[in-house]
Ligand binder design. Structure first.
Ligand code: KG4
Ligand code: ZN
Length: 342
């Protein structure tokens, strides 16, 4: 039988994404972001995000169908992110997907956002190999997974116990007087800075945390350390060396993220690492991940950025995998679950 055409809807955070795939082939990936509307608050405002999804969803859906060059009739199934994410934002996508499924008579699949990030990689040219360790880092999550099978064997190894990595970038950017979103701003500000100028703390890397938090992350202490450092400099009447602070902060984040990810590869004997989420856009993350992968004999996979940040194509791709595995549709009796486990 021909591979199913699946339409995926993603509204877990501030990106309204509609993607269309045929099996593992990408047909369309359209994203509308409400990032600009959140900029003046310095972070994503849930209520604003939900409202923006409501406005953006129909045009984004139309644009995706146009990009794929197909009519809704030609879609075989619909997939939607049911969690984790912001409740109000998720509800918009789930409601729309249900309406679409009922109206069109297509089967509906509820999918997990985090597993979707990994699922994006099936759209890459080279087939993804399992098992793989996956590190997902964005403004909303910092999760380390071991994925033995996309459909029924995904295990959460660890996650952040406070701020997400992207959130730390956003907060530190604000401390340095840089606009939102902070990640790209810190990348820019760090150019020419000395990453060893200031030794900022590495959260949960201490041996005393080795047992309980071996694969977990913490960034709020780092953020506070940067704030204190900047305050002290200002109180002393010194000019804040923004490039050095940005580079040193970024180095601390990258060090923790990659130390834990490669530790998981070594501990579990899995020489494969997949990266996903908006923070993967970071220049140092990419550079240092490539260097550590080469020296530790790990195969590194980083999907194109358009598939790393939140998008509908990854949700469609995971939906297609569920269908290929013979999974029954989810029906209509499921809700948005902001804390949905993998
Ligand atoms: O995956 P994403 O687009 O959306 C969600 O958060 O769900 O990720 C956005 C996050 C923001 O926190 C942003 O600051 C961060 O990714 N980010 C970066 C970079 N570009 C975006 N963080 C570090 N370096 C970057 N170059
Ligand atoms: Zn995400």
């Amino acid at each position: 039988p021909a591979e199913p055409v699946v339409l995926g809807i993603e509204t877990s955070c501030d990106e309204t994404g509609v993607g269309i795939v045929r099996g593992t082939t990408l047909l369309a990936n359209v994203i509308a972001s409400s990032m600009d509307e959140h900029a003046r608050y310095g972070g994503v405002v849930p209520e604003v995000a939900a409202r923006a999804h409501l406005e953006a969803l129909t045009p984004t859906l139309d644009a995706a169908l146009a990009e794929a060059g197909i009519a809704l009739d030609e879609v075989d199934a619909i997939a939607v992110t049911s969690g984790p994410g912001l409740s109000g934002a998720l509800m918009v996508g789930v409601g729309a997907a249900k309406a679409l499924a009922v109206g069109s008579g297509k089967p509906l699949y509820a999918v997990n956002h985090l597993v979707g990030h990994v699922g994006a990689d099936v759209l890459a040219d080279e087939p993804i190999e399992f098992p793989t360790i996956a590190l997902l880092v964005s403004g909303g999550h910092t999760s380390l997974l071991v994925v033995r099978d996309l459909v029924d064997d995904v295990e959460l190894l660890g996650e952040t116990i406070d701020d997400a990595a992207g959130e730390a970038f956003d907060k530190v950017a604000r401390i340095l007087g840089l606009p939102y979103p902070g990640g790209p701003q810190i990348d820019k500000a760090a150019v020419g800075g000395d990453p060893t100028a200031i030794r900022f703390p590495r959260g949960l890397l201490h041996p005393k945390d080795a047992e309980k938090h071996r694969y977990d992350f913490s960034f709020s202490g780092l953020k506070t350390a940067v704030a204190r450092w900047v305050e002290r400099a200002e109180d002393a009447g010194e000019a804040v060396p923004v490039a050095d602070v940005a580079a040193s902060f970024r180095e601390a984040v990258v060090d923790v993220l990659l130390t834990k990810a490669f530790r998981a590869c070594a501990d579990l004997g899995i020489p494969r690492l997949l990266l996903g989420g908006g923070v993967v856009a970071n220049a140092r993350v990419r550079e240092e991940a490539a260097a550590r992968a080469a020296s530790q004999g790990v195969t590194l996979r980083i999907p194109p950025l358009s598939l790393c940040t939140d998008n509908g194509a990854m949700i469609a791709a995971l939906g297609a995998q569920l269908i290929a595995a013979g999974r029954a549709p989810s029906g209509l009796v499921f809700g948005a679950d902001s804390t949905l486990p993998v």
